[in-house]
Design a protein. Structure first.
Length: 247
């Protein structure tokens, strides 16, 4: 299940945010996506999942259908004011199989409770989500991914604003998913965590800087290059021609 990006350009109103990116996410891989703020990391994930249209190029998901992709955006993009309980959020992981208004069986609830147990949130099953801390909420969202049974997991800064203990627990969950045959692409800012846990890294600064094993990618030279490339871009000149070469 190698995911192939072939010369993809994506953005908004013909302003490229990800510019002519090609490469492969290997089967069962755990890849960090890093780079300067505004470098296109979130846009890349949204393009892979289909929320942002391609300007150029193709994405080959190797037979993965939309229901087999779990996408977790940044925390600030998720509204927790809706009156819903923890277990109801986890049960939403079944919607591709049951439909948006499908009836949830006892087996579905049992599976959801098992998933909450895996992330140490079973005692909170009936709590309203608005009452949870940031770390507890992130654990619940990981439980929903477990129920979804995704083949591809896309995570946008999953460890932002959570404590070290929760970060380690959820990182171990990602490593377990990878060993179980799931491909994971994760936007990260903590480079120490990337060096410790992610075998592969994509360094993105609107265009590709480096994409290989983490130790090679996170060299001082590559990181300096990423910053220099980011500083060279400006929005007024970002309109893509048909061939996509203007900057």
């Amino acid at each position: 299940m190698t995911i192939k990006l072939d010369n993809i350009t994506a953005g908004y109103d013909r302003h490229p945010v990800v510019h002519h990116l090609s490469g492969l996410f290997a089967d069962n891989s755990l890849t960090a996506v890093v780079g300067p703020n505004g470098g296109g990391k979130s846009t890349l994930l949204k393009t892979i999942v289909g929320f942002v249209p391609l300007m150029t190029g193709t994405i080959d998901l190797c037979g993965i259908n939309p229901g087999e992709i779990a996408y977790l955006p940044q925390q600030f993009e998720i509204d927790r004011t809706f009156p819903i309980t923890v277990i109801e959020v986890v049960l939403l992981g079944n919607w591709q199989r049951t439909g948006a208004f499908g009836r949830m069986s006892k087996s579905h609830r049992s599976e959801a409770l098992d998933a909450l147990e895996e992330v140490d949130m079973a005692p909170f099953a009936l709590w309203p989500v608005a009452s949870l801390s940031t770390g507890q909420w992130q654990r619940v969202l990981f439980a929903r991914i477990i129920v979804q049974r995704a083949r591809l997991v896309l995570l946008d800064e999953p460890f932002a604003a959570i404590d070290g203990h929760t970060t380690l627990a959820l990182m171990q969950r990602l490593e377990h998913w990878c060993r179980s045959g799931i491909t994971i692409i994760c936007i990260m800012h903590d480079l120490n965590l990337v060096r410790s846990h992610f075998p592969q890294t994509l360094l993105l600064s609107r265009e590709l800087v480096a994409w290989s094993n983490t130790a090679e990618v996170l060299s001082s030279e590559n990181l300096d290059t990423a910053l220099a490339v980011a500083e060279s871009w400006h929005e007024a000149s970002g309109i893509c021609s048909i061939k996509g070469e203007s900057r």
